[in-house]
Design a protein around this ligand. Structure first.
Ligand code: FES
Length: 136
């Protein structure tokens, strides 16, 4: 069996939503201190809907595929749905990742949450801090 699914290879070779958004409403950057990979997510939000999302990932192929898939999963969705995106959902949508690459999908979930928190903070929107448990 191939180590990577066809979906992983497709999103790695042809990443969707790559780039930056100049006037983003929310930006989230996270890194993994073990592998050194970095992921940055930009969100454009209009009337509670994620109208655009882009990413810049300096990392492994699985991190690029995870970013690409995660952005596809939240594009056009309400903020509340994006907040519920888990790394597990990203892995499932990619038809799996090898065990030692699961942390790459965790970066995608964390970067999106951080970008949403940035959006809330910038707009003075009140939220329950418990929805961002990993934040400082
Ligand atoms: Fe660290 Fe993929 S090896 S994000």
């Amino acid at each position: 069996m191939a180590l990577y699914s066809e979906k992983v290879m497709d999103h790695f070779r042809n990443p969707r939503n790559i780039g930056a958004i100049e006037d983003a409403d929310g930006v989230g950057e996270v890194g993994n201190s073990v592998c050194g990979d970095i992921m940055k997510i930009y969100l454009k939000i209009d009337d509670d809907i994620i109208t655009d999302v882009k990413f810049e990932t300096f990392g492994c192929g699985s991190a690029i595929a995870s970013s690409s898939m995660a952005t596809e999963l939240i594009k056009g969705k309400p903020v509340s749905e994006a907040l519920e995106l888990t790394n597990k959902a990203v892995v499932e949508a990619l038809d799996g990742l090898p065990a030692h690459k699961i942390h790459c999908s965790v970066l995608a979930e964390e970067a999106i949450k951080k970008a949403l928190k940035d959006y809330y903070d910038k707009n003075g929107i009140a939220y329950d801090p418990a929805i961002f448990p990993d934040e400082d």
